[in-house]
Design a protein around this ligand. Structure first.
Ligand SMILES: C[S@@+](CC[C@H](N)C(=O)[O-])C[C@H]1O[C@@H](n2cnc3c(N)ncnc32)[C@H](O)[C@@H]1O
Length: 390
């Protein structure tokens, strides 16, 4: 933490009322590695009766700005003063980004161990200091019609079809279009993974770490609801949510099975494609989730890299000849990306690196490995690699 904190009179846009400060300070004070700020925030907002949604947004903004600008704050000062200072810094960065030097940004956006795991470029540092965008995925070909219905939305035609940057303030979970399954809230980098898988209608796929089904449902849309997707995860509650979401979206060509990631597989089926969207440290989400910058450790990253390698090793035998294996993680550390790829490739000469489709690459062809950067796509950072069984 820097000693550059200076206690100035507070005058950031909109002002920070004492109620906002009090609730934000309570959430921050209770946040820890075992009690992440985003879940603490959800709890606090649920248990308090706040008059307006705008106040809820202000509290969220105050908490996230605190963790986003934590590297500039001085812990010796009272927490409310630090929260106000973080909000001033966020406002100043929004209005005059050039007044923040590259060197200071690179030095302060993350802790020391991160430097050994990835290059912290000024572009990445600037990207993760900005407020994140909200991305929706419209059903295939329905983006323009959905934008018209939602009003404040903007269709990002230049990046990925069906990806919409939502700029409004409405609670989208209350929209009839959401309940009718007309869109999902899904980051643009996660949407890119579906496109990089490029499944064909009628194929058989395995979404091995399906979670709540964000990518399962996208694969299904790309397969025009034809063929079959096995969706597995070790968390039963996530698969339950997957089924609920799929029903809303009228996605039917999947079956879900519990799988703990071990050598005993949920099926003997051989697949045209397998997606391992593996558990990871989430460094690629540090713009959206800045608390994790200060709680994630080097041992976390190396342990998760080992888990990812094991998951890939376990699924590899389930590919048909010619089948493709896609490995994706929303992180950017070497231990969870290139080192896993090297270890896996060495152990599996029967699989060859496979070129990924040229999406989000400005029309340039991509290689077998693709890093999606927040500064390029306006969403999370993501690493994706593909192999094909000979
Ligand atoms: C990155 S998330 C998946 C997100 C999901 N694919 C989506 O697009 O919504 C990783 C998932 O891996 C699951 N997981 C963690 N460890 C696992 C293991 N050892 N075996 C199988 N799944 C695991 C977690 O429960 C989590 O749902």
């Amino acid at each position: 933490m820097s000693a550059l904190y200076c206690h100035r009179p507070i005058a950031y846009a909109g002002g920070v009322s004492s109620l906002i400060l009090q609730i934000a300070a309570e959430v921050i004070a209770k946040s820890s590695r075992d009690n992440p700020a985003d879940s603490g925030l959800r709890e606090a907002l649920k248990s308090r009766r706040l008059p307006t949604p705008e106040q809820q947004r202000e509290i969220s903004r105050a908490v996230f700005n605190y963790f986003r600008w934590f590297g500039w704050l001085d812990a010796a000062h009272p927490l409310p003063g630090q929260i106000k200072h973080a909000s001033e810094l966020a406002q100043a960065f929004k209005e005059r980004p050039e007044s923040f030097s590259d060197d200071k940004l690179v030095e302060r956006v993350a802790t020391e161990w991160v430097r050994d795991q990835m290059e912290i470029s000024p572009a990445w540092a600037r990207a993760i200091q900005a407020e994140p965008k909200l991305w929706l995925r419209a059903r295939p070909g329905q983006g323009a019609a959905l934008c018209e219905k939602l009003g404040a939305a903007k269709l990002e035609k230049t990046l990925l079809s069906d990806a919409i940057h939502y700029k409004g303030e409405e609670d989208l979970f209350r929209r009839p279009e959401f309940h009718a399954g007309e869109f999902e809230i899904q980051d643009i980098a996660s949407q890119a993974v579906g496109w990089l898988c490029a499944p064909e209608p009628g194929e058989t796929w395995w979404d091995a770490c399906a979670g709540e089904g964000g990518k399962t449902m996208h694969l299904s849309d790309l397969m025009q609801n034809k063929g079959l997707i096995w969706a597995s995860d070790r968390a039963e509650w996530r698969l339950k949510n997957l089924k609920r979401r799929a029903a809303r979206a009228k996605v039917f060509n999947f079956r879900s099975e519990s799988w703990d990631g071990g050598a005993k597989l949920p099926t003997k089926t051989k697949f045209d494609g397998i997606l391992v969207d593996a558990p990871c440290s989430g460094v690629g989400t540090w713009q959206r989730n800045p608390h994790a910058r200060w709680t994630t450790t080097l041992p976390d990253v190396t342990e998760l890299g080992a888990v990812q390698l094991q998951l890939l090793n376990h699924v590899a035998g389930s590919l048909k000849p010619g089948g493709k294996l896609i490995y994706s993680v929303c992180t950017l550390t070497r231990a969870e990306t290139t080192e896993v790829v090297e270890g896996f490739s060495k152990a599996h000469p029967e699989l060859q690196p496979m070129e990924l489709p040229a999406i989000l690459s400005g029309g340039l062809p991509t290689a077998a490995t693709k890093t999606i950067w927040p500064q390029d796509c306006g969403g999370n950072g993501m690493f994706v690699t593909a192999w094909r069984r000979a």
